[in-house]
Design a protein around this ligand. Structure first.
Ligand code: UD1
Length: 417
C-alpha cells in the first residue's frame, strides 16, 4: 500500500494551478444520463473518484472518450443497464447521484445502498423521499434501491436537512419530469450552481440555483452541451491553509475567491495577508498564526470539508480555539493521529478544543478519509522531522497530483510503494 513521506519544516512558496472541482465534476458527469446526445465536460480533474464514476457510467452503457487532456465526451444514446453495483458504490458514496437521472430517463434504476461511511451514517432517505414525491415507486431489496416510474411528475419538496447530493439528484430528476418541481431548503453550494449551469446548457429550465429554493420546469428531452467544471474550492482552501500553517507565501491560479469567503475570512483572522484577483488568490503568512474558532454548516457558512485542515492550523497557532462540527457525526478521526504528532486536542461530542503548540513532531500516521488525509499532509509539512502517512489512497480520491503540486511549492514529499 502506498505511503507519503514528508520531511517537514519548509514553508510553502510559489505558484500552482487549481484543478476542476471533484464535487462539481461527479454530478455533472451523471447529467449525461439525462440525454441521448453527447456531453463534453472540460476541466475534469484526474482523480480516483472521477475514474470510479466513469467506470460506473461505462458499465451502464455510456460511451466515454477523452477528447483532449481533461476533457471528457460522454454519450448515453441508450442506457441498457441502469444499475449501480455494490462493488462500485461501496468505494464512492457519490454513486447515488446516478439514481435521479436514471429514473427520469429510463423509468427504472437499481442502485446499491452506499452503506456506512467512515465519517458518519450518511443516509440517503432524503433522495428517496424526494423521488417518491415525484411519483417514483421505491423499494429497498437485498441492499439495493430499486426504483421505477413510468413518468416522474413535478412536486413541491421541502428537504428536512440541507443535502448537497440530495438537492443535485432531485434537480436532475426534475429536469425531465412533467410539470414544475420546487425544491425548498435546497443546498446553496456552488457545485449545485455549476450542475444547474450544465443542465441549463443542455436545455433544462432551472431557476433559483444558489438560493434555498430551486424551481425546475420539466422538459421532454435534454440535448448535448459543452461545460467547463468550476475550480475546486476545497483544494484551493487546503493549499491556502498549508501555506498559512507553514508560514509560506503562495499564489493559486485558476481559483475563485468569491466562493471561499468563509475560509478566507478565517485565514485573515488567523493573521494571513490575502489578496485576490479574478482567477487568483495570493496568501502570505509572516508570523505564527493565531487560533481561530470555527463551526461547520452548509454553504455559505464554513465548509465541513475544510474542518480537518483548520484543526492543524490551530494545532500550531498561538492560543486556543473551539472547532464545532455540525454536519457529520464522526468527523474527528484525524484528531487521534494529530495527537500522535504532538497536537493538543480534546474532543467532547461534536466539539474539539485545540490548544496551539509551537511545534508538531513527525510520526507515522494513518489516513482515515479524504479530508483527514489532507490534514495529515499539512501536519507533516509543518512538523519537525519525518512524517509517514499510510493508506494514502484516500487522498487520491480527491486531490489531483498532490505531491507534484506540493513539491512545486518547495515541500519535501515523496510517494513510496
Ligand atoms: C457532499 C459532498 C461532501 C461534503 C458534504 C457536506 C459531494 C460529492 N460530496 O456530500 O464532500 O462533505 O456534501 O458539505 O458533493 N443526510 C441525511 N439524509 C440524506 C442525505 C443527507 O440525513 O438523504 C445528512 C447527512 O448524513 C449529513 C447531512 O445530511 O449529516 C449533509 O449531507 P449531504 O449534504 O447530503 O452530504 P453529501 O451530499 O453526501
Amino acid at each position: 500500500m502506498q505511503k507519503l513521506v514528508i520531511e517537514g519544516g519548509s514553508p510553502l512558496r510559489g505558484e500552482i494551478r487549481i484543478s476542476g472541482a471533484k464535487n462539481a465534476a461527479l454530478p455533472i458527469l451523471c447529467a449525461t444520463l439525462l440525454s441521448r446526445e453527447t456531453l463534453h465536460v472540460e476541466n475534469v480533474p484526474h482523480l480516483k473518484d472521477v475514474t470510479t464514476m466513469l467506470g460506473l457510467l461505462a458499465q451502464m452503457g455510456v460511451g466515454i472518450t477523452l477528447d483532449s487532456s481533461q476533457c471528457v465526451a460522454l454519450s448515453g444514446r441508450e442506457i441498457p443497464n441502469p444499475v449501480a453495483p455494490y462493488e462500485l458504490v461501496k468505494t464512492m458514496r457519490a454513486s447515488i447521484l446516478v439514481l435521479g437521472p436514471l429514473l427520469a430517463r429510463t423509468g427504472r434504476a437499481s442502485v446499491s445502498l452506499p452503506g456506512g461511511c467512515a465519517i458518519g451514517l450518511r443516509p440517503v432517505d432524503l433522495h428517496i423521499k424526494g423521488l417518491q414525491a415525484m411519483g417514483a415507486e421505491i423499494e429497498v431489496e437485498n441492499g439495493y434501491i430499486k426504483a421505477s416510474a413510468s413518468k416522474l411528475h413535478g412536486a413541491r419538496i421541502c428537504m428536512d436537512l440541507v443535502s448537497v447530493t440530495g438537492t443535485e439528484n432531485l434537480m436532475m430528476a426534475a429536469t425531465l419530469a412533467s410539470g414544475v418541481t420546487v425544491i425548498e431548503n435546497a443546498a446553496r453550494e456552488p457545485e449545485v450552481v455549476d450542475l444547474a449551469n450544465c443542465l441549463t446548457a443542455m436545455g433544462a429550465k432551472i431557476s433559483g440555483a444558489g438560493s434555498d429554493t430551486i424551481e425546475i420546469e420539466g422538459v421532454d428531452e435534454l440535448h448535448g452541451a459543452r461545460h467547463r467544471v468550476m475550480p475546486d474550492r476545497i483544494e484551493s482552501g487546503t493549499f491556502l491553509v498549508a501555506a498559512a500553517a507553514s508560514l509560506g507565501k503562495i499564489k493559486l491560479h485558476g481559483a475563485r475567491a468569491d466562493i471561499l469567503d468563509a475560509v478566507l475570512d478565517k485565514l485573515s483572522e488567523s493573521g494571513a495577508h490575502i489578496s485576490t484577483g479574478e482567477e487568483s488568490i495570493f496568501l502570505e503568512m509572516r508570523d505564527r498564526p493565531k487560533s481561530v474558532s470555527i463551526r461547520t454548516a452548509p454553504y455559505p457558512a464554513f465548509p465541513t470539508d475544510m474542518q480537518a485542515q483548520f484543526m492543524v492550523l490551530n494545532s500550531v497557532a498561538e492560543g486556543s480555539a473551539l472547532i464545532t462540527e455540525t454536519i457529520f457525526e464522526n468527523r474527528f478521526m484525524h484528531v487521534q493521529e494529530l495527537c500522535r504528532m504532538g497536537a493538543h486536542i480534546e474532543v467532547e461530542g461534536n466539539a474539539a478544543m485545540v490548544r496551539g503548540k509551537e511545534h508538531l513532531g513527525g510520526a507515522t500516521v494513518m489516513a482515515t478519509d479524504l479530508r483527514a488525509s489532507a490534514s495529515l499532509v499539512i501536519a507533516g509539512l509543518v512538523a519537525r522531522g519525518e512524517t509517514t502517512i499510510e493508506r494514502i489512497y484516500h487522498i487520491d480520491r480527491g486531490y489531483e497530483c498532490i505531491e507534484e503540486k506540493l513539491a512545486q511549492l518547495g515541500a519535501k514529499i515523496r510517494r513510496m510503494a
